[in-house]
Design a binder for this molecule. Structure first.
Ligand code: GLU
Length: 426
C-alpha cells in the first residue's frame, strides 16, 4: 500500500476508495502519456452536493438523513450514475464511484459523463413508507441537480426500480411535467426498459465469455464462484449457468455455499424469492465462509457484492485464472499488483459491469424517443455494445502491454481527453 493510501485508510476507509481511483488514474495517465492538465481535471469532480433530509419516521419522530450527489464529469454528456442506500455512504465513497462512472460510460462508448449519489441509511431497517418519504425528500433536495439532460440517476446498492418510480414522481411534481428520462432503471410500465433488470449480470456474462475465448477455454469446462446474489450476482450466476459454466459457489450477506458438483442456480433463485430475498437456509450446498468463496478452487471468480473484498492477503490465495468484476471497486490497487504477478486476468469493473449503464442509456433513448423496444432488441444491442467495449479494452491492454484494468482506463482517458480538447476552455 502506498503511504498516502495507508494514511487515508487509517483516517477512514472511504478516503482510500478515491485514492484507489487516483492510483489507477495515475498509472494509466503515465502509460498513455496524458497531459497534467487533463489529469487534473479528472482528479477533481465538477460538483459535490450534500443535503440534510428530515424525514417523518413511522414512530412520529423526525430523523435527519445525509444525502450526497457528486457529478464527476459532464465532458462527454449529461452525468450518469446510481444512487445507493447504505450506512457507509459518505463524501469520498460517492466521489470515487462518480469517477468510476465517468470512466465506465466512456469505456461503454455512451454519450454520458459520470455521477453518483447516496443516502446514509440502513434500508433493511426502514419501512416502505419511510423509504418512500426519504426518496422523495432527497429528490426534492436534489431537484436542481438532477435533470433528463443534466444528471440522470439510476439504482445502485440498496435501491431498485421502486425508488426510481418515487424519484420520478417527486421530480415531476417539482418541475410540473412528465420527465421519465430524469432517471433510468424504472419499472417496466413506468418508462422502464425491458432487459434493464438483468443487464449488469448479462454484461458480466458477455465479458466472461469474451475473456474465456481469449484464454482458449470452453464454458462447458469451466467452474465459477459468484460473490453476491443481488441484482448483479443472481443474474450473472443464472446467465453463466445457462452458458454451460458450472457455478460451484454462491453467497450473499447472509450465507455462502459451495457445491463441487455445481449449485442448482434456478433452485437458489426460487429459494431467495420465497425466503425474503436472502440465501440463508438454502440447502443446495455446504455452508462456507464468505472469504472462502473468493479463494475457492474455481476457474472464474465473479465478485458481485461489495468494494475492497480482494485485498493483498486474499489475492495471494486466489486460485481462479479469471476475475470478472461485477461489483464496483472489489479489488484494491495493492491486490492488482499481486493478481498481475500471478497472471490472473482481471476484467475490470468499469468494463465488466457496464452492461447496467448501457441498458440505462437504451432506456433513456426510448424515453426520449417515446417508442419502446422488445427485450430481444435490447439484449442484442447490449451484447454487441459490450462485445465491442471488451475488444477495445483488450486491444489497448495488448498495445500498451498492460492489464485490462489499465487498458480500460486508457480507453476512457482517450475519449475524455478528446472531449476536453474538442470543447476548448474558458
Ligand atoms: N449503479 C449502476 C452502476 O454502478 C448503474 C448506473 C446507471 O445505470 O446509471 O453502474
Amino acid at each position: 500500500m502506498t503511504t498516502k493510501a495507508a494514511a487515508a485508510k487509517a483516517e477512514n476507509h472511504e478516503s482510500s476508495m478515491f485514492e484507489a481511483v487516483l492510483a489507477r488514474l495515475d498509472v494509466a495517465a503515465k502509460i498513455y502519456g496524458l497531459s497534467d492538465e487533463v489529469a487534473n481535471i479528472l482528479r477533481n469532480p465538477e460538483k459535490q452536493v450534500k443535503v440534510s433530509v428530515p424525514v417523518m419516521m413511522d414512530n412520529g419522530k423526525v430523523q435527519v438523513f445525509e444525502g450526497f450527489r457528486t457529478v464527476h464529469s459532464t465532458i462527454l454528456g449529461p452525468s450518469k450514475g446510481g444512487i445507493r442506500y447504505a450506512m457507509d455512504v459518505c463524501d469520498d465513497e460517492v466521489k470515487a464511484l462518480s469517477a468510476w462512472m465517468t470512466f465506465k460510460c466512456a469505456v461503454a462508448n455512451l454519450p454520458y459523463g459520470g455521477a453518483k449519489g447516496g443516502i446514509k441509511c440502513d434500508p433493511r431497517k426502514m419501512s416502505v413508507g419511510e423509504l418512500e418519504r426519504l426518496t422523495k425528500a432527497y429528490t426534492v433536495a436534489m431537484a436542481d441537480v438532477f435533470g433528463p439532460t443534466k444528471d440522470i440517476p439510476a439504482p445502485d446498492m440498496g435501491t431498485s426500480g421502486r425508488e426510481m418510480a418515487w424519484l420520478v414522481d417527486a421530480y415531476n411534481k417539482v418541475h410540473r411535467g412528465n420527465f421519465p428520462a430524469v432517471t433510468t432503471g424504472k419499472p417496466v410500465g413506468m418508462g422502464g426498459s425491458l432487459g434493464r433488470d438483468a443487464a449488469t449480470g448479462r454484461g458480466v456474462m458477455v465479458a466472461t465469455l469474451a475473456a474465456l475465448r481469449k484464454m482458449d477455454l470452453s464454458p462447458k469446462n469451466v467452474t465459477c464462484a459468484v460473490q453476491g446474489f443481488g441484482n448483479v450476482g443472481s443474474h450473472a450466476a443464472r446467465l453463466l449457468h445457462e452458458q454451460g459454466i458450472m457455478i460451484c459457489a454462491i453467497g450473499d450477506h447472509t450465507a455462502t455455499f459451495w457445491n463441487e458438483k455445481g449449485i442448482d442456480v434456478n433452485a437458489a433463485l426460487r429459494y431467495v424469492k420465497d425466503n425474503g430475498g436472502v440465501l440463508k437456509g438454502f440447502t443446495g450446498g455446504t455452508e462456507i465462509k464468505n472469504t472462502e468463496l473468493l479463494t475457492s478452487n474455481v476457474d472464474v471468480l465473479v465478485p458481485a457484492a461489495l468494494q475492497n473484498v480482494i485485498t493483498e492477503e486474499i489475492a495471494h490465495e486466489i486460485k481462479a485464472k479469471l476475475i470478472v468484476e461485477g461489483a464496483n471497486g472489489p479489488t484494491t490497487p495493492e491486490a492488482d499488483v499481486i493478481l498481475n504477478d500471478k497472471k490472473i486476468i482481471v476484467v475490470p469493473d468499469i468494463l465488466a459491469n457496464g452492461g447496467g449503464v448501457t441498458v440505462s442509456y437504451f432506456e433513456w433513448v426510448q424515453n426520449n424517443y417515446g417508442y419502446y423496444w422488445t427485450e430481444e432488441e435490447v439484449n442484442a444491442k447490449h451484447d454487441a455494445s459490450m462485445g465491442s467495449a471488451f475488444m477495445h479494452v483488450w486491444n489497448f491492454s495488448q498495445k500498451y502491454n498492460t492489464t485490462m484494468r489499465i487498458g480500460a482506463y486508457i480507453t476512457a482517458l482517450k475519449k475524455v481527453e478528446f472531449g476536453i480538447q474538442a470543447k476548448g476552455n474558458y
